[in-house]
Design a protein around this ligand. Sequence first.
Ligand SMILES: Nc1ncnc2c1ncn2[C@@H]1O[C@H](COP(=O)(O)OP(=O)(O)OP(=O)(O)O)[C@@H](O)[C@H]1O
Ligand SMILES: [Mg+2]
Length: 257
Amino acid sequence: MSAPLLETRGLTKTFGGLKAVQQIDLTVGANRIVSVIGPNGAGKTTFFNCLSGIYRPDGGTITLAGRDVTGRPPHQLCRLGLARTFQNIRLFPEMSVLENVMVAQFQHRALAPLPLLFRSAKYCAAEQAHRDEARKFLEFVELGGRANDPAGSLAYGLQRRLEIARALATQPKLLLLDEPAAGMNPQETAGMIGLISRIRDRGLAVLLIEHHMKLVMSISDEILVLDHGVPIAHGKPEAIRNDPQVIRAYLGEEIAA
Ligand SMILES: Nc1ncnc2c1ncn2[C@@H]1O[C@H](COP(=O)(O)OP(=O)(O)OP(=O)(O)O)[C@@H](O)[C@H]1O
Ligand SMILES: [Mg+2]
């Protein structure tokens, strides 16, 4: 049997005296949607920051497709098939929607300096191929009609879609989404559920942080619940929804909200 796409064992990150993430064991198989939920400050984003190489964990291991990648920097993890979006949108607002996607493609492009400098026929053909491919990613997230607009002119919900197109352009096997439906209305949230499902249909695995419980419960194969950095439950949506400890720590307040 092949190794799981992602595996963490005992993953731990502290900030001074604060244990932000404590002993997380998680396995994500190919083509799975796994959600990480929990109250504000539970350590969800810190967990993603460790997985994507932004933070070096203090303890534990991270394995990507059977390879120990603990402590590797973000660009290496990207090359190994891990991409992410951010809780706070990080686009180039002055650049066009299309250019924002093309920037991400550079991760996979071998650029020899001379053809680039002289813009040879071969270089121009490659450039056009990348442009066409970037347009396909935009069409996939339903932003094809906005390719030439400045990214900063898109409504908030559409910027979140553009972030996803940009992450997909790095050709990942595993996509980490940090609150992709934050600030969305019910209609936009339904659209995001559809988009995440289509990402899985492309053969990717998705690790998802979200506070929208309808979204989480409708598309997750499994859910990990964190509270004060500690995993307090892990299982299928139905079991998590009815777990008394999860209701006490998190879902009670979400349902009341
Ligand atoms: N760079 C940092 N330095 C110090 N403390 C940090 C740092 N990053 C996060 N923390 C702390 O670690 C804890 C976990 O934060 P984190 O952002 O991971 O929570 P979260 O679960 O993503 O919350 P939210 O749902 O609000 O996004 C919090 O107490 C936070 O203040
Ligand atoms: Mg967060």
